[in-house]
Every structure is written in structure tokens, then in C-alpha cells.
Design a protein around this ligand. Structure first.
Ligand code: PL3
Ligand code: FE2
Ligand code: FE2
Length: 237
């Protein structure tokens, strides 16, 4: 199955430019994940050690993906990545300051981790051999990060349900618009953005159900966010 996928020409300028933009997003995303888990470690002191361990894993991921770019001889576009991540990071900080722990966990533990897992799953078959090894190892860690957030939220479902819904309505359209911005670059490196979005939706739907939402409530949350994202991009035209 994976062998039949068209491999991109990794030496072309088009590929290298797109790779630098996506690798930049991954490096910045992993670095922010490190910061977010450190802030969560302060917000949830009973799980401090575990959350600091997860943060350290994220720091390692960031360094590992920097190495991938170095191996490929392509510099990451960090400026673009920081601009693209700014709204999601700002919302995380706002929730953190307000003591909204479930909002913080939804942003980092569900949304960012599901996006990372979906993106890495689709990158794996089209990655160069060096990045392939790194990506496969990182994916196992991201699954653990997602599970932490899922079980924390599931254990408190009735108390957090409203905050989770509210956070999804605010935050979910953000990565969707990041995805739109990078759609062309993703295609160049061999990832079909629509497939990435489908995998993300599947993972996110599964997470919402696992924490306690009914399948139809979970679907409503995702569809609502997709509609907001589409309205946002229509305004931008
Ligand atoms: C968490 O451990 C790591 C976060 C890394 C983010 C990876 C982004 C993947 C790039 C594909 C573009 C989709 C945009 C969505 C960004 C959340
Ligand atoms: Fe990570
Ligand atoms: Fe992670």
C-alpha cells in the first residue's frame, strides 16, 4: 500500500521550500507543546511529575525534527510557523491565566495532539528514510499525550463538558485554518490535506466519545467548527 504512493522529488526547489515551511510548523508546534505541558504541570500539581515528563518528551521531539531539517539541508521557516501558531498559543495562555484547566487540556492534549498524530501518520509513507524513523518514534509518544488528556477529561466529564464544548468552538477552527494555509505545501511533500483533515476528524471524534460525549454530540462539535472555519476563509477571500 505505502510502496505504491508517489514519492515526491525531494531535491526540487519546490519540495525544499514546502518542506521548510512544514518542518518549521512541526518544530514550533513541538516547542510550544513543551511549554504548554510545563504550564499544565503547574496548573495540575497532583500530576506535576508526569506532565513534566511529557513536556521533556516534546522538547526532544522539537530537537529531533530540527535534526530532520538539518539532514535534509533545509532551514525551517520558523517565522511563518510562529505566526500560524500564535492564535492557538494565545488562547492557551488566556485559559491558563483564567485557571481553565480543561480548556488548556483540550487545546494541547486533544486538538494539537490529534493534529500531530494525523499529520505524522500521513507523512510517514512519503518521508525520507531519516525522518521516517524519527516520525514513527514520535507518534508513539503523541498517543501517550492524547491518552493523558482523554483520561483526565473523562474522569470529570460532567464538570468539564460545557467548558470542553466552548473551547472546541473557539479553538478548533484555528488549526483548520492553519491547514488551509499550508494545503499547497502539504501536497508538494506528498500529503493530501483533505485526507489529513479526515484522519484528524476521526481521531478527534474518537477522543470526544472517549471522554463522554455521544457520537452525535461529538459530530455536532466538529461540524460546528468546520462551519466556522469555512466562514472565516470565505471572509478572507
Ligand atoms: C505535539 O506533540 C506536537 C505538535 C506539532 C504540530 C504538528 C503540525 C503538523 C503539520 C500539518 C499542518 C496542520 C495544521 C494543524 C496544526 C495544529
Ligand atoms: Fe510531540
Ligand atoms: Fe505531544
Amino acid at each position: 500500500m505505502t510502496a505504491s504512493l508517489a514519492q515526491p522529488n525531494r531535491n526540487s526547489d519546490t519540495y525544499r521550500h514546502a518542506y521548510g515551511r512544514i518542518n518549521g510548523l512541526v518544530v514550533v508546534g513541538e516547542g510550544l507543546a513543551d511549554r504548554h505541558f510545563r504550564l499544565l504541570a503547574r496548573a495540575i500539581p497532583e500530576d506535576r511529575e508526569e506532565l513534566e515528563r511529557l513536556a521533556a518528551m516534546e522538547g526532544r521531539h522539537a530537537r529531533d525534527f530540527v535534526d530532520c531539517g538539518r539532514q535534509a539541508g533545509v532551514p525551517p521557516d520558523l517565522g511563518l510557523a510562529r505566526r500560524l501558531f500564535a492564535p492557538l498559543h494565545a488562547l492557551f495562555l488566556r485559559y491558563d491565566r483564567a485557571g481553565n484547566r480543561s480548556g488548556c487540556l483540550v487545546i494541547q492534549g486533544l486538538i494539537v495532539e490529534c493534529f500531530a498524530l494525523a499529520a505524522y501518520r500521513h507523512y510517514l509513507p512519503v518521508a525520507d528514510p531519516y525522518s521516517q524513523g524519527v516520525t514513527a518514534a514520535v507518534m508513539a509518544d503523541e498517543t501517550e499525550h492524547l491518552s493523558y488528556a482523554e483520561s483526565w477529561l473523562a474522569q470529570r466529564f460532567t464538570q468539564v463538558q460545557a467548558a470542553v464544548e466552548q473551547c472546541c468552538a473557539m479553538a478548533l477552527p484555528m488549526p483548520m485554518s492553519m491547514l488551509q494555509t499550508l494545503a499547497g505545501d502539504l501536497r508538494v511533500v506528498g500529503i493530501e490535506p483533505v485526507e489529513l483533515l479526515a484522519t484528524f476528524s476521526e481521531l478527534f471524534q474518537g477522543s470526544l466519545e472517549l471522554i463522554g460525549f455521544t457520537p452525535s454530540a461529538a459530530r455536532r462539535i466538529l461540524i460546528g467548527a468546520a462551519a466556522t472555519a469555512a466562514a472565516g476563509s470565505a471572509r478572507a477571500i
